[in-house]
Design a protein around this ligand. Sequence first.
Ligand SMILES: Cc1ncc(COP(=O)(O)O)c(C=O)c1O
Length: 406
Amino acid sequence: MTQNAKVPFVDLIAPHKELEAELVSVVKEVLHTAGFVGGPMVEGFEGDFAKFCDAQFCIGVNSGTDALRFALFAVGVQPGDIVLTVPLTFIATSEAISQVGARPDFVDVDARSYTMDPEQLRLYMETKCALDPKTGRWVHKTLQMPVTAIIPVHLYGQMADMDPLLELATKYNLIVIEDACQAHGAEYFSKKANRWFKAGSMGRAAAFSFYPGKNLGACGEGGAVTTNDEAITRKVKMLREHGQSKKYYHDMEGYNGRLDSMQAGFLRVKLKHLAKWNESRRESARKYNDLLAATDTNIITPFEPVRSKAVYHLYVLQVDNREAVQSSLAKENIDTGIHYPIPLHLQKAYQSLGYAPGDFPVSEKLVERILSLPMFPGLSEADQARVVSALARSEQHTGPEKVLVR
Ligand SMILES: Cc1ncc(COP(=O)(O)O)c(C=O)c1O
């Protein structure tokens, strides 16, 4: 390989070539049975994925966004409720909240783990909300709207600090929906239960995305809700199928939100490799950490607390002079990403909610500094070494403004 060969951000071709024969046999089976919608492929995948997540039920849907929206409906979030999430996430998290008629509001993330800060949630509930003794619900004092649910996001493949979040949720009567769209297979050690839990098994319900670039990605769109609750399962199944309880008997209005059979078949093939792929990502993360530790830079590597086994959907650094670093990597043909450049509360889409710069300082500072490096199963050590030496060189060029924040 020449020095200038591209280091891609993600490689979606190699795994599909490797699994080509099995994936093609899924296509043939679908064609030969005309089982395009629903049926054994979807049910088979749902069973396998529920098992993988240590959840009782899995309901395949059309996308992660559908999964979040259907989960919110199914747990009983009502128009006029407030649902709390974080400003540092993909907009689908808050879109789903708005699309069930609720109002998204935010609590900041923890500066090291980048997931919902339980202390900020506690402050929000203590200072901004009051218990309505008539309904037993906690109501936002200014907005006069009940806060009924939270969506912690397992960002970049690392689970949020669920023990304190669940404890606060119990105290304040909040329903917890995990946004596990980036965290297939991530694990959390609950001190309270004294055991490890998989992403998707801790909240009342959880949402997964199978967008192609995810740790478990379809060859198109896909998503799933996992839950241990039978009533939620029934409701999500109805919601994905126009609200019908049986064919043409519509108990409510729903959506066309099914997981396509062919995608379910592909996902079932790929699921068998997910644990191995996640381990390869973890290995690459360790390698990046080691290589970066040996450089003389101010770069901050991802923080993985002992309570966590992250699956590194993304490997995200903090760097000074991010734009300069990113463009110097681009000049060396190394692809990087920014997840995400603008925190949700400052997006145009949420102007009407009235937030201002300074409202969520941790997220605001992070979005200026974060840089996602190439990360995918099978990323070569040689490419990682090239990425890190390019980073070390670019950091030296940006020397004078360096602040030691490690
Ligand atoms: C954190 C998060 N939530 C929700 C979604 C939405 O998933 P989808 O794109 O499958 O609708 C994504 C996917 O990009 C995501 O990363």
